[in-house]
Design a protein around this ligand. Structure first.
Ligand code: IPM
Ligand code: MG
Length: 373
């Protein structure tokens, strides 16, 4: 029987609290479903900075490269706001993404029936919503050179400085993420909408041309459409159910996925998977994270919603461990708990109600697993 290796990086803020609930879920799968995990835990973000003076040690990086999957909580917090840019908590996360070459970031936005009232949009606009944003994660303006803050000697520039970032995409980078999106679409609604700003950016023109190339040569059975990213943002809030899979670059994907997440009612619900090239075992190199951040305002109070992190583990079951049936089971357990009316504070609407703690939500999900199995 295979042992699945998992590196847990709880990180900062609510990261450790939500991860404790994932641990309960992992134990349940071990005792009740006979799965075997080799779980190790390490530091990332501010927590790593406090110990090592940098947000990710080389040893942790090497460990991440060697496991079947990494599960990360969240990074960042006000305590680290004034650190030098090079050692900010976020740099640890970006280093993991870049060095593991996790180019395809899958951000599903699904609206659970029980939460349709919660969305900032009308329930009839979001009920049954099920879209998948595929965000390019290792290139674009997040990593392009040149970058930096420089002095310029232009007397007409009041303040005398210039901030530079570069949007840069190679055709190969665009083609590989486009392939991921088309492959995923084939397993869903068979439609891809690609978003860029080809009306103002050359990198957007190349993006569109390369997505079309992959479509024409390899995936002509999938329906492809294009949208300028600003229109895409508008369409996401106007009529989100028109989309199946959206493929877009690193920065647009960052922004559009936050908007898509909120359509579902709470940022505390959304998981993500970041996938790279296949490893020797045929599974992709992978890191899983909740889309939400470290939420320093509620950290340590037992108020955080652990569902996004638990659903991220469900994605690990599906994409890294090939345990699709167990992934389905875990997603069903979450759905059941929500249908039963169990709510953390972020899921209490204007009508109010009683919130359960982070730990109680984890316990309820484990109970639901037992009931459904
Ligand atoms: C995300 C986050 C990160 C990003 C930050 C924390 C660096 O917003 O994963 O969406 O900008 O990619
Ligand atoms: Mg973001």
């Amino acid at each position: 029987m295979t042992t699945y290796s998992l590196l847990i990086l709880p990180g900062d803020g609510i990261g450790p609290e939500v991860m404790a609930e994932v641990r309960k879920v992992i134990s349940w799968f071990e005792t009740s479903r006979g799965l075997k995990f080799d779980v190790s835990e390490d530091l990332v973000g501010g927590a790593a900075y406090d110990v090592h003076g940098k947000p990710l040690s080389d040893a942790t990086m090497a460990k991440a490269q060697s496991v079947d999957a990494v599960l990360l909580g969240a990074v960042g917090g006000p305590k680290y706001d004034n650190l030098d840019f090079s050692v900010k908590p976020e740099r640890g996360l970006l280093r993991l993404r870049k060095e593991m070459d996790l180019f395809a970031n899958l951000r599903p936005a699904q609206c659970f029936d029980a939460l349709a009232d919660f969305s900032s949009l009308k329930p009839e606009v979001v009920a049954g919503l099920d879209i998948l944003i595929v965000r390019e994660l290792t290139s674009g303006i997040y990593f392009g050179q040149p970058r930096g803050i420089q002095d310029d000697n232009d007397p007409a520039n009041e303040g005398g400085r210039v901030g530079i970032n570069t949007q840069r995409y190679t055709s190969g980078e665009i083609r590989r993420v486009a392939r991921s999106a088309f492959e995923l679409a084939r397993k869903r609604g068979n439609r891809v909408c690609s978003m860029e700003k080809a009306n103002v950016m050359e990198s957007g023109i190349l993006w569109r041309e390369e997505v079309e190339w992959v479509h024409k040569n390899e995936f002509s059975d999938v329906e492809l459409s294009h949208m300028y990213a600003d229109n895409g943002a508008m369409q996401l809030v106007r009529n989100p159910r028109q989309f199946d899979v959206i493929v877009t670059d690193n920065l647009f994907g960052d922004i559009l996925s936050d908007a898509a997440a909120m359509l579902t009612g709470s940022l505390g619900m959304l998981p993500s998977a970041s996938l790279g090239a296949p490893m020797e075992n045929g599974r992709p190199k992978a890191m899983y994270e909740p889309v939400h951040g470290s939420a320093p305002d509620i950290a340590g109070q037992g108020k955080a919603n652990p569902i996004a992190c638990i659903l991220s583990f469900a994605m690990a079951l599906r994409y890294s461990y090939d345990e699709g049936a167990n992934a389905d089971l875990l997603e069903k357990a979450v759905e059941k708990v929500l249908a039963d009316g169990v709510r953390t504070g972020d899921l209490l609407g204007p009508q109010g109600g009683t919130a359960v703690s982070t730990a109680e939500m984890g316990d309820k999900i484990v109970q639901a697993l037992g009931a459904l199995a």
